[in-house]
Design a protein around this ligand. Sequence first.
Ligand code: C5P
Length: 403
Amino acid sequence: MSQLASRRIVLGVSGGIAAYKSVDLCRRLIELGAHVVPVMTDDAHRFIGPVTLSALASEPVHTSLWDDASVIPHTKLGQTADIVVVAPATARVLSAYATGSSEDLLTATLIATRAPVVVCPAMHTEMWEHAAVQENIKTLRRRGVHVVEPEIGKLAGGDVGAGRLASTDSICAEIIRVLELSHDLAGIDIVVTAGGTREPIDAVRVISNRSSGKQGYAVATVAAQRGARVTLITTVDRAVPAGVLEIQVETAQQMKDAVDAAAVSADVVIMAAAVADFRPVICADQKLKKADGIPNIVLESTPDILAGLGQRKPVGQILVGFAAETDSLVAHAKAKLTSKCLDLIVANDVSAPGVGFGHDTNAVVILSPNAPPISVALADKHTVAHALLDSVVKVRRQKQETK
Ligand code: C5P
C-alpha cells in the first residue's frame, strides 16, 4: 500500500502526553509511502525525544525558527508541504493557530502554509469542552482546517472522557481523504455568490434579507482547497483562503453584472446568494424624513440572475442554484431546477432548527434532473459544501462521458 507515495507531510507534534502516539503515526505515514518532516514544539520534547522521530523519518526534527541560518524555515516547510498535520494538537497550539499568533516554528508554519491542514486535538475533557477551545475549533473549521475529533476513552491520570487522540487509523484515513480531495477540482473555474443583496430605499436605508453568506463562503473555501480557481461575488466580508478572487457587490443588479462577466469563462456557477426578488423602483438621493410621513415605496422585480444564465448556458457549464423554502421543500426545488435549467439545486428548509440563514450548520437535499436526491443531515456548512462539490464532480464526469 503506497497511498501516500511521494507526499511530503509536515508532522507537527505539540506538548501533550499523546505526543508518544505521534511516533506510531510517523511510522504508519512512512509505511504508506509519505516523506515525513517532523516539527516539534519545545513542550513536545518533554514527552518524547527528537531522535525517535528523526530516526523513523530519516529527516532531522525541526524545532526552532532560528536553527537554520540559510533559509527561512517556517516558509520553506509551509511551501514544500503537501499537507500539514498536527498530532497531538494542544489547546495552546489551537489557540495560537486560530488567532494567527506565530509564536514558534510549528505555529509559524501553520500560518505560512497554503497546503491543507489537519489538526488532531488531544487534551483532558475539561479543556476540550472549554468554550475557548471549542470557539477556536469552530474558527479553524470555518477557515477550512480539517479536524480529527478526539475520541472518548482513558486519559492521563486515570480519568475517562472525551479528549483522547484519535486512532492512527482514523488520522491516516483523514490525511488520505484530504489529499485526494485537494486536487479533484484542479484547473476548474468556479464562480460562487454569497450573502444577501441590499436594495436601497434612500441614502441610508435598504431592503435586505437574513443571509449571512456563511454557506457561500464555505463553498468558496472548500472549492479552493479542492484545487479550483474561485471567484467569489459577495455582499459580505468574511475570511477566504488566499487565491480566491473576491468581488464585493451590494445590489442584485451589481451582482448580476459581476456574475454575468465572470460566468462567461466559468466551468461551474454556484448561486448561493440570497438575491432580493424585489427592489424599490426609486431610490431617494437623500434620507427620507420621518416628519414627511410614511413613504409609499413601490417595488419592482429584480433580474433573475440564475434564470438568465440558464437560458444562455454554454455547453458543459454546470449551474447550481439554492432554494431556501419553508414548505414543500423538494417540490418547490424541483420546479426551480427545471424552470431555471439547472444541473443541481440545493434545497434547504429554512424553518427547521439550525438550518439556513445565519447558522453555522445546514441540512439540505441536493437534487439533479437525472439522479436520486442526496440528503445531507444537519452538519456544519463546510460538510454541506463538500457534499455539493462531490455532486458537481459527478455531474462534470457525466457531462464529459456523454460529450
Ligand atoms: O426563485 P428563487 O429566488 O427561490 O431561486 C433561488 C435561486 O435563484 C438561488 O440560487 C438564488 O441565488 C438565485 N436567484 C437569482 N436571482 C434572483 C433571485 C434568485 O439568481 N433575482
